[in-house]
Design a protein around this ligand. Structure first.
Ligand SMILES: NC(=O)c1ccc[n+]([C@@H]2O[C@H](COP(=O)([O-])OP(=O)(O)OC[C@H]3O[C@@H](n4cnc5c(N)ncnc54)[C@H](OP(=O)(O)O)[C@@H]3O)[C@@H](O)[C@H]2O)c1
Length: 354
C-alpha cells in the first residue's frame, strides 16, 4: 500500500444520473473509496452526520442557477459534521469536532481553513458547549444563520410585526417563526400537512398556521391578519408566495430566501403580476444569500445558543441512518417528510452529549 493511502475504506454518494423533476433513489450511487492520509496542513475527519439541504437539488441540474453544478460521477456536494481522527494541522487536535461543505462521504479531508464560501474546503470548529454536533448543521449551521439574519437584518424585524414564513416547519422556517414569536410578533406559518400545522401551533407556539394543500392561502392570511403583513420570509416561491403577496401591508419587507416549490419543476409556470403588488404596497423586496453573513455567523450562533439554553427556542431533527439511505432522506425532505432539520446519522460511536 502506498504511503499516502490509509488502510481504511470509505463510502461516498455520487451522482449517477441527472434527475428531471423529483430525484429518484437510483439517480444516486454509493461508491467505495480508499481513504488518503492527510498532507501537511490537512486533517482527516470521520463523518458523524450528513446534512440534506434543498440547495443540493439545484446543484443536480446541468445548470444550477447559482453555485456550481455537480457532474455525473462526482461526490454529492453537501455539508457534514464529524470528528478529527488524524491532524497534520497544529490548529486541530484529534477528537475535535468540525463542520463543513466536504461532500457526502464517510471520511473527508479538509485544509483546515475557515473559508466557508460555497464549495471551499474550509471548516468551522464545533463548540459542544453551545449545542450538540448535529445542531451545527441545523440551528447553529447555515439554516439557523439564514433564519436569524434574513428575519432580523434583511427583514428588519420589529416588535409587534406580523410575520409570514413559508416552509414553516423546516430547518429555516421553524427558527424564523420562533425568533419572531419571542420578539412579540404575530407569526403565521405556511406548511404542507395537518401534522405540521399541529406542530407549529402546539410545539413551536406559532400564532397561526396554514396548510397550503387546502388552498385559500390568501383568504386565510386575510382572516388572521386583516391589516396585512409586515414581513414575508419566502422559502418556497411559486403559487404560495403569490398568495402571500396579496396581503402585503404598506412598506412591507419581503425576503426571498428560497424557492423550493420550483426546484423540482419540469416546466416553467405562469406567474401573476407580482410587480404590481410590490409597487402598490411600496414593499421592499430583498434577495438573501447566507454567505453574505458568513463573517457574522458567530453573532447568530451566540444568540441562538443562548435562546436554546433559556428554552426559548427548540430545534427538531428528522434522522435517517446510514450513508446508503442518504438519497432516500434527501428525497423525503424535498417531499416534505421532515420536521425541522433533515440529517443522516452514520454508524460511529457518538457519545451521549454529541
Ligand atoms: N438563501 C440562502 O442563503 C438559503 C440558505 C438556506 C436555505 N435556503 C432555502 O430555504 C428554504 C428552506 O430550506 P430548509 O433547509 O429549511 O429546508 P426544509 O424547510 O427543512 O425542507 C424543505 C421543505 O420544503 C417544503 N416543500 C417542498 N416542496 C414544496 C412545494 N412544492 N411547495 C411548498 N413547500 C415545499 C417541505 O415542507 P412542507 O411539508 O411544508 O411542504 C419540506 O419539508 C429552501 O428554499 C432553501 O433553498 C436558502
Amino acid at each position: 500500500m502506498k504511503d499516502n493511502i490509509l488502510p481504511i475504506k470509505g463510502h461516498q454518494v455520487i451522482l449517477g444520473s441527472r434527475p428531471h423533476g423529483l430525484p429518484k433513489e437510483n439517480d444516486f450511487e454509493i461508491k467505495e473509496f480508499q481513504v488518503e492520509r492527510p498532507k501537511k496542513g490537512e486533517i482527516l475527519i470521520e463523518t458523524h452526520y450528513l446534512s440534506a439541504d434543498p440547495f443540493q437539488r439545484m446543484r443536480l441540474n446541468s445548470s444550477s442557477g447559482y453555485g456550481k453544478t455537480i457532474n455525473l460521477g462526482e461526490t454529492i456536494k453537501g455539508r457534514i459534521a464529524g470528528k478529527v481522527i488524524i491532524s497534520e494541522n497544529p490548529e486541530f487536535n484529534i477528537g475535535d469536532f468540525v463542520e463543513g461543505m466536504l461532500g457526502w462521504k464517510t471520511y473527508a479531508i479538509s485544509d483546515g481553513s475557515n473559508s466557508r464560501a460555497e464549495y471551499a474546503p474550509g471548516i468551522t470548529k464545533i463548540d459542544l458547549n453551545k449545542a450538540p454536533i448535529s445542531a451545527w448543521l441545523g440551528i447553529l449551521g447555515f439554516p439557523g444563520i439564514t433564519a436569524y439574519f434574513s428575519l432580523i437584518e434583511t427583514g428588519k424585524l420589529k416588535k409587534g410585526n406580523t410575520v409570514v414564513v413559508s416552509a414553516a416547519a423546516g430547518a429555516v422556517g421553524s427558527i424564523v417563526g420562533q425568533i419572531a414569536k419571542i420578539s412579540d410578533c404575530k407569526v403565521i406559518g405556511i406548511t404542507g400537512s395537518e401534522r405540521k400545522v399541529d406542530y407549529l401551533i402546539n410545539k413551536l407556539n406559532f400564532t397561526y398556521a396554514i396548510n397550503y394543500t387546502e388552498g385559500n392561502i390568501s383568504k386565510k392570511i386575510k382572516k388572521f391578519a386583516p391589516d396585512g403583513i409586515d414581513i414575508f420570509i419566502d422559502n418556497t416561491g411559486g403559487p404560495i408566495a403569490d398568495e402571500v403577496y396579496e396581503n402585503l401591508r404598506l412598506n412591507a419587507r419581503v425576503v426571498l430566501v428560497g424557492n423550493i416549490s420550483q426546484n423540482n419543476q419540469k416546466n416553467e409556470i405562469q406567474r401573476r403580476d407580482l410587480q404590481n403588488m410590490i409597487m402598490r404596497t411600496r414593499a421592499t423586496v430583498a434577495g438573501f444569500i447566507v454567505y453574505d453573513f458568513e463573517k457574522r455567523a458567530d453573532e447568530a450562533r451566540e444568540k441562538l445558543s443562548s435562546w436554546i439554553k433559556e428554552k426559548k427556542i427548540r430545534y427538531d431533527q428528522t434522522l435517517e441512518f446510514g450513508i446508503e439511505n442518504a438519497p432516500k432522506a434527501f428525497i423525503s425532505m424535498l417531499n416534505g417528510g421532515n420536521i425541522g432539520k433533515q440529517l443522516i446519522r452514520l454508524p460511529v460511536s457518538i457519545k451521549e452529549n454529541t
